[in-house]
Design a protein around this ligand. Structure first.
Ligand code: C5P
Length: 230
C-alpha cells in the first residue's frame, strides 16, 4: 500500500501563534511538510519557519515571487539562509528571469554550503479558470528555466508530468469526492479534486489547508483524508 503521508503538505494559513504551534505539534508525528505563505509569515516572520523546522518538518514557503530578477534573487537567497525545503515563483515572470533565479539560488547555496530549495512554478491559481494549453506552455517554459516542480490543479497534473517530467504539487484538495467531483468548492477554490484523484493523476505532493487546519481535530481530519484515498 502506498504511504500518502510523505506527500501531504499542510497549509498553515492561520492568524494565531497558538493554533499554528498546536497544529504542527499534533500533526508532525505523520505530516512532514507544512506550507507557510503570506498569512502566517506577515504576522510571525521567520519564527513561523522555526516552529516547523524545530519539529523536524520541512517548510514550503509560498510567496509566489513575481518581480524583477534582482528582487527575486535576493529574496530567494534569504530563503536559502532560512533553510526552507521549497518555494514558489510565478511562471509569468518569464523564462529569462526564472533562469537567472534558479542559477543564482543554486550557486548561493553551494557557496554557503546550504541546501538549495526546490523551485516550484505557479501556473494559474486554482481559484481561477485556465486552459490546459496555457498551463502546459507555462510549465514547459519553467522547465527550460530550471525549476524542479509545478504548482497546478489535479486536473492538469497528469499532462504536466507526462509532458515535462517535473514534480507536481497540487492544491485545491477537498475531502469527499462529492465536494470535489471536478467542481467548485463551498469556499474560493474553483478547480478542486479529491485526494484519490490527485494520487491517480500522479501528483507528488498534495497541499491541504482549511479541510485540516479549520477542523476541530486536525489530526483526525488529516488521517481521514489519507484513508479516503486508500
Ligand atoms: O485551504 P486550502 O486547502 O484551499 O489551501 C490551499 C493552499 O494552497 C492555500 O494556501 C493557497 O494559497 C495555496 N494555493 C492554491 N492554488 C494555487 C497555489 C497555491 O490554492 N495555485
Amino acid at each position: 500500500m502506498v504511504d500518502l503521508w510523505p506527500g501531504l503538505v499542510v497549509a498553515l494559513d492561520l492568524d494565531s501563534e497558538e493554533k499554528i504551534k498546536s497544529i504542527v505539534e499534533q500533526l508532525t508525528p505523520k505530516v512532514k511538510k507544512f506550507k507557510i505563505g503570506p498569512v502566517a509569515y506577515t504576522r510571525f516572520g521567520p519564527e513561523a519557519i522555526n516552529w516547523v523546522c524545530k519539529k523536524g518538518a520541512d517548510v514550503f514557503l509560498d510567496f509566489k515571487l513575481y518581480d524583477i530578477p534582482n528582487t527575486m534573487i535576493e529574496t530567494a537567497k534569504a530563503f536559502v539562509d532560512l533553510g526552507i525545503w521549497a518555494f514558489t515563483v510565478h511562471l509569468k515572470a518569464g523564462r529569462e528571469s526564472i533562469s537567472m533565479l534558479t542559477d543564482q539560488v543554486a550557486d548561493y547555496a553551494k557557496e554557503n554550503n546550504k541546501r538549495a530549495p526546490l523551485a516550484f512554478g505557479v501556473t494559474e491559481l486554482t481559484s481561477k479558470e485556465a486552459s490546459l494549453e496555457q498551463i502546459l506552455n507555462l510549465a514547459k517554459e519553467g522547465k527550460e528555466a530550471g525549476i524542479q516542480g509545478i504548482v497546478c490543479s489535479v486536473w492538469e497534473a497528469k499532462t504536466i508530468k507526462e509532458e515535462t517530467g517535473l514534480l507536481a504539487i497540487t492544491p485545491g484538495i477537498r475531502i469527499t469526492s462529492q465536494q470535489a467531483g471536478k467542481g467548485v468548492s463551498s469556499d474560493d477554490q474553483k478547480r478542486i479534486a479529491s485526494l484519490a484523484d490527485a494520487v491517480k493523476a500522479g501528483s507528488d505532493y498534495f497541499v491541504v489547508g482549511r479541510p485540516i487546519v479549520k477542523s476541530h481535530n486536525p489530526f483526525l481530519a488529516a488521517e481521514n483524508l489519507v484513508k479516503s484515498a486508500l
